[in-house]
Design a binder for this molecule. Structure first.
Ligand SMILES: Cc1cc2nc3c(=O)[nH]c(=O)nc-3n(C[C@H](O)[C@H](O)[C@H](O)COP(=O)(O)OP(=O)(O)OC[C@H]3O[C@@H](n4cnc5c(N)ncnc54)[C@H](O)[C@@H]3O)c2cc1C
Length: 339
């Protein structure tokens, strides 16, 4: 297993860091306060080829190829809508329905917590097409902005990740052409599980990035802040916190890289590894962000320093794409050979 980066990967990492520090970091607090989704940076991200990165090649094979190109160019925004008010962890309990009428499907229902719900040009939504067939009776549909009967609902006012849009999505007698059925009829739920395998790696990577940021912020502050006539980094209790944080971050990094490495190999299952990476990275990121606030003392509690934002934002990672408890169920099922 080789985790050292190629020259191209190192270059990509450098340009992403440069872009983030130059174009994003100066505005994050302003966007956070205003709950502003920064559409204006999308074309720049697309120009750098970063938006396409999140679309694995196999999604084209699953029928997303025609959406993939506009999304990857940054000219259109996508959303993926599974969660409902009564169907969260139990996504098989989806209640939104799709009824076939001639060569159309008519969708009725509502989704909650859809990322990009207000901005999406395309939204992939799950709906029940055959109630008698359980999880094999749920299908995936591509909804296009402006379709009659399809609209975003309430925008959520969130604890963290406030610059990202999270909204309800509502279907009211929404008429969807047959060609917008994504993949095979009844395979939307099983398709979602496969998508979640990959999605969990991205949440794990998000958690890892924030944990790394919190570690760097805490280390910098500990070296600058003086109490009792010396930098607080001279106190062993602060050193031990930093040592624990750094060790947790490195352990999470290995799990995330292992899952990503497996995902890049074709025809290898990585359900267990992606759940482990997501579970571990998100849980340690919460702990690392907590210690980052602690090392900042009172300054960790105010918005002049980045600690409080890491603390608020990182919590999502233990919830989105399946809670930590659901990751444990997935891992246990894999260990026990259960379906
Ligand atoms: C900011 C944000 C963005 C999101 N973006 C999207 C998106 O783009 N698309 C989308 O479809 N969804 C999205 N979600 C939804 C997210 O995936 C769900 O919130 C998550 O899966 C949990 O579902 P729930 O909120 O209904 O919690 P519940 O399922 O009600 O869980 C509540 C608690 O019960 C526990 N629990 C539930 N079932 C079990 C069980 N069997 N065993 C043990 N414990 C259990 C959970 O772990 C949790 O602690 C987003 C959520 C947020 C907050």
């Amino acid at each position: 297993m080789e985790f050292s980066f190629t020259e191209e990967q190192q270059q990509l990492r450098r340009s992403v860091r440069e872009f983030s520090e130059g174009e994003i970091a100066p505005h994050v607090m302003e966007w956070d306060e205003a709950s502003h989704f920064p559409m204006e940076i999308m074309p720049k991200l697309a120009e750098m080829g970063l938006l396409g990165v999140i679309f694995p090649e196999q999604y084209g094979g699953a029928g997303l190829g025609y959406i993939e190109y506009p999304l990857a160019s940054g000219k259109a925004i996508g959303a993926w809508s599974l969660t409902e008010p009564e169907a969260g962890s139990d996504a098989g309990g989806t209640r939104t329905t799709a009824v076939r009428v001639g060569n159309h499907w008519v969708l009725n229902g509502a989704k909650t917590f859809t990322t990009n719900g207000h901005y999406a040009d395309y939204c992939v939504a799950m709906a029940v097409t055959d109630k008698s067939n359980g999880s094999h009776g749920i299908s995936a549909f591509v909804l296009e902005k402006g379709m009659k009967g399809f609209r975003p609902g309430k925008k959520e006012n969130k604890l963290g990740m406030r610059a990202s849009d999270t909204s309800e999505v509502i279907f009211n007698d929404c008429c969807v052409p047959q060609e917008n059925l994504l993949g095979a009829e009844g395979e939307g739920f099983t398709g979602s599980l496969k998508i979640l395998d990959g999605g969990r790696i991205s949440i794990a990577a998000l958690a890892l990035g924030m944990a790394q940021g919190a570690l760097e912020a805490a280390t910098k502050y500990a070296k600058q802040r003086k109490q009792f006539g010396q930098p607080i980094s001279d106190f062993q209790s602060v050193q031990f916190k930093l040592a624990d944080m750094a060790t947790q971050v490195e352990a999470a990094r290995l799990l995330v890289y292992q899952a990503a490495w497996l995902a890049d190999k074709k025809d290898v299952r990585f359900t267990r590894e992606s759940s482990m990476a997501k579970l571990f990275a998100s849980e340690i990121a919460v702990q690392v962000a907590n210690e980052c606030v602690q090392i900042h003392g009172g300054y960790g509690f105010i918005k002049d320093y980045p600690a409080e934002k890491y603390y608020r934002d990182v919590k999502l990672c233990t919830i989105g794409e399946g809670t930590s408890e659901i990751q444990k169920l997935v891992i246990a099922r894999q260990l026990l050979g259960k379906k």
